[in-house]
Structures are given as structure tokens and as C-alpha cells.
Design a binder for this molecule. Structure first.
Ligand SMILES: CC(C)(COP(=O)(O)OP(=O)(O)OC[C@H]1O[C@@H](n2cnc3c(N)ncnc32)[C@H](O)[C@@H]1OP(=O)(O)O)[C@@H](O)C(=O)NCCC(=O)NCCS
Length: 192
């Protein structure tokens, strides 16, 4: 990531435009909706989040995890916002190697069910494949997260891995499902 990201957070975060939304740097104005999103039972079940999730947790996420991830070039964490700049969710790309990344997504409950995760992930993946030099991107989820699986499949991920007892969430290990998407497969399906 280090070759293509210039400067410090938040200036280093590119603005990636989609149809009716933008991927941008997280800001303090997103905090309230991040708390609502991360207290949601589905988010708590399917994403390894702290519990309870408080305003202080969200503050640490913004100032520590997000800013530090960009500054250390370890992970690119985008906020998804609508045309009036309301926070809708987060999209992340974690560096696993110089050309290998892992994608993660989470939406505020009121932004789900209208194709946003798929559309926003497509924008993030195109950026990863064209700007970051990604060759393969990993997706993984708690077994039984059918919506996340559907999003990954629509994006073109080949979701063939099942790892019993491998995903740690809410204090226990549960089954993990996973898959990968190559640059060539993304290009064939969506273009670059
Ligand atoms: C997973 C999540 C990001 C998906 O966001 P979204 O914008 O609602 O997803 P999309 O609308 O792009 O796609 C959802 C797909 O799942 C399908 N779906 C919905 N409920 C489903 C179910 N119970 N079983 C199977 N598929 C389902 C939808 O029909 C849609 O597919 P389609 O376009 O072919 O009809 C969002 O639901 C979320 O934040 N969930 C909680 C956190 C989470 O699970 N994050 C992922 C961790 S890996």
C-alpha cells in the first residue's frame, strides 16, 4: 500500500465515487451512526466487534484503528456516505501481502437490502486491483452469514472454503467460510 498512498490520514484517503454514494475518509461526524451500526445484533453476530459497543469504542476506532491503519499503510478503511454525506457503512481492505488484500464490509441497518454493499465493494475492489496492485482479494465470514456470502458471490468471489471452528467472534470459535477473487476474474466480470 505504501507506494500509492501519500501523506497522513485523512488527507491520504482517496474519494472514490459510486452511483449515489462515495467512499471517503471517516470523520468525527460519523461517530453516532457507527455506534448505532455496531450495536445492531446482526453486526454483533457476524463481525468480531467489541461488546458492549459504546461511544468511546467508536472514538477509539476512528482515532486509533482507522487513522493508524492508513498511516501505517496496513489497511484502507473507507466510510460509505450518501449524496448528503450521511454515513452508511464501512468498507475495508487489509493488506495481507504486497499484492494480496482482504475485504470486509458492514452497513448501518437503514442502508441494507438495496444493493449498496455490492456496489460499494465493486468500487473498492476496482481501486484495489488498479491502484493498489492487488492480484487476489480474500473474503471470509462467519458460516451462515448468507447475505454476506451472496454479496461475495455477486462480486465474483469463488467461495469454496469451509474452516470448521476457525472464526473467533463474541468469545467463541465458530465455522468460517471464505473465498477469493482474482484480478483477472474481476476484470472479466466487471472490467477495470
Ligand atoms: C452483509 C451486508 C454488508 C450486506 O449489505 P447489503 O447492501 O444489504 O447487501 P446487498 O443488498 O448488496 O446484497 C444482499 C444480497 O443478499 C440477499 N439476501 C438477503 N437476505 C438473504 C438471506 N437470508 N439468504 C440469502 N440471501 C439473502 C439479497 O437478496 C441480495 O441478493 P440479490 O441482489 O441477489 O437479491 C449487510 O447486510 C450488513 O451490514 N450485515 C451485518 C454485518 C455483516 O454481516 N457484515 C459482513 C461480515 S463478513
Amino acid at each position: 500500500m505504501s507506494e500509492v498512498i501519500c501523506g497522513e490520514f485523512p488527507e491520504c484517503v482517496p474519494r472514490l465515487r459510486g452511483d449515489g454514494f462515495v467512499l471517503r475518509a471517516h470523520g468525527p461526524g460519523d461517530l453516532e451512526r457507527i455506534v448505532e451500526q455496531c450495536q445492531d445484533p446482526l453486526a454483533q453476530r457476524f463481525v468480531p466487534l467489541p461488546s458492549p459497543y459504546t461511544h468511546s469504542t467508536a472514538h477509539d476506532f476512528l482515532t486509533g484503528y482507522v487513522a493508524g491503519g492508513w498511516n501505517r499503510r496496513e489497511h484502507a478503511e473507507f466510510a460509505i456516505a450518501d449524496v448528503s454525506d450521511t454515513y452508511l457503512g464501512s468498507m475495508s481492505l487489509k493488506a495481507r501481502d504486497h499484492d494480496r488484500y482482504e475485504i470486509g464490509y458492514l452497513l448501518h441497518p437503514d442502508a441494507r437490502g438495496r444493493g449498496l454493499a455490492t456496489a460499494a465493494a465493486r468500487v473498492a475492489l476496482r481501486w484495489a486491483f488498479t491502484e493498489l496492485g492487488a492480484q487476489v482479494v480474500l473474503w471470509r465470514a462467519v458460516g451462515g452469514n448468507e447475505v454476506s456470502l451472496r454479496v461475495a458471490q455477486k462480486l465474483g468471489f469463488e467461495c469454496t472454503s469451509l474452516l470448521p471452528g476457525w472464526f473467533y467472534t463474541q468469545g467463541e470459535y465458530v465455522d468460517e467460510v471464505g473465498g477469493t477473487l482474482t484480478r483477472a476474474r474481476f476484470e472479466a466480470q466487471w472490467g477495470l
